[in-house]
Ligand binder design. Structure first.
Ligand code: UT7
Length: 325
């Protein structure tokens, strides 16, 4: 049995509005709002890096759990925008939080599905060896993608979310997690320069290829709607629930139109899907835990509620989790 002990989140102070973007690239508030539902997003300050965002969210979650750093037995950080290339962000986070010598590692490269995948890993670890696991989703995308490419730059925001999960019978219970990957679709969302296939060079830096996120927006949209809807249905089947039983679906916050299309496919009631993409944009692997933390704090979830998380990400990955509060 896996219990969620605490929730946390953090967003940087700096607000970047659609009008701010319109001063940098050829875009408009009307276009961004109509196509994505995003009105503004948060960007990290110059002196902030991924670790700072992760640590802030983690501290909130540990405090919310009524625990201290010494009570944490393992750390998993889901991110595609790490503090440095090597070692992983989790190593820095372990030291910053003061968690002594516990296993800590990143789950990197799965885009926005990373946090829900990490929850799945955490529950397996807990079943094998009972311990409290800190699971963080963090992204500082604004620093690693091009600010010249209007097709992608306006979509993203920076932030972090976290939970502490551990063994226990009380609520909220993490009832089940489902996940899947279709590796034939690696090309629909990729930042491919900088790895061993296409190493970083002076020429790369000059051309900006290392910041070029290649995205087939329409295909990602289609896959996102299909896979997130199927994952929700699958996890509900596993836990013996129906969509009518669900108080709140918390989908990855990529685009309001994607959330609406998932809602239509699943037959969701008005307000049954949580939305904060208007305020934060797409915060990658931070989006689901950030939304979960906010939904709980806003009183959208109370004792007894069934909540379903779902996400998709570059890979192409998808996942869903069912939680009984
Ligand atoms: O975590 C995963 C991240 N990715 C996603 O979630 C992406 C999923 N896909 C989407 O959200 C949508 O496909 C987009 C929002 C990216 C685009 O919406 P769309 O309705 O699929 O637009 P489109 O690709 O059909 O592009 C329409 C037009 C194009 O111009 P032309 O060729 O019709 O003249 C683009 O050049 O919109 C243009 N465009 C823009 N115009 C103003 C693209 N980006 C912008 C922009 N501002 N920022």
């Amino acid at each position: 049995m896996t219990q969620i002990l605490g929730f946390g989140g953090y967003v940087p102070e700096r607000v970047m509005t659609n009008d701010d973007w319109a001063e940098i690239v050829d875009t408009s508030d009307e276009w961004i709002t109509a196509r994505t539902g995003i009105k503004e997003r948060r960007f990290a300050a110059e002196d902030e890096a991924t670790l700072d965002l992760a640590a802030n969210a983690a501290e909130v979650a540990i405090k919310d759990a009524g625990l201290v750093a010494g009570d944490i037995g393992e750390i998993i950080v889901a991110t595609d925008t790490p503090e440095v290339y090597t070692p992983d962000t989790a190593s820095f986070l372990q030291h910053r939080l003061g968690c002594d010598n516990i296993p800590s590692y990143d789950l990197g490269g799965s885009g926005c599905a990373g946090f829900v995948q990490a929850l799945d890993v955490a529950r397996a670890r807990i079943a094998f060896s009972p311990r409290n696991v800190l699971v963080v989703g963090v992204e500082l995308i604004s620093r690693l993608i091009s600010w010249q490419e209007r097709e992608t730059c306006v979509l993203f925001g920076d932030g972090a979310g976290a939970v502490v999960v551990g063994p226990g019978e009380s609520s909220p219970q993490l009832l089940d997690v489902v996940a899947g990957t279709d590796g034939s679709k690696t090309d629909i969302l990729t930042l491919s320069t900088g790895g061993t296939r296409d190493p970083f060079t002076v020429e790369t830096a000059a051309s900006g290829a290392h910041q070029h996120l290649t995205m087939n927006g329409r295909e990602v949209f289609k896959q996102a709607v299909g896979r997130m809807s199927e994952a929700v249905a699958e996890v509900l089947e596993h836990v013996g629930g129906t969509i009518e039983d669900v108080k709140l679906v918390i989908p990855h916050q990529a685009n309001k139109r994607i959330i609406d299309a998932v809602g239509k496919k699943l037959g969701l009631r008005e307000g049954q899907a949580f939305v904060n993409v208007d305020k934060f944009g797409n915060t990658g692997s931070a989006s689901v835990p950030l939304a979960l933390w906010q939904a709980r704090d806003q009183g959208r979830i109370v004792e007894g509620d069934l909540v379903v998380l779902t996400a998709f990400g570059a890979g192409f990955h998808w996942a869903a989790a069912a939680i009984r509060f």
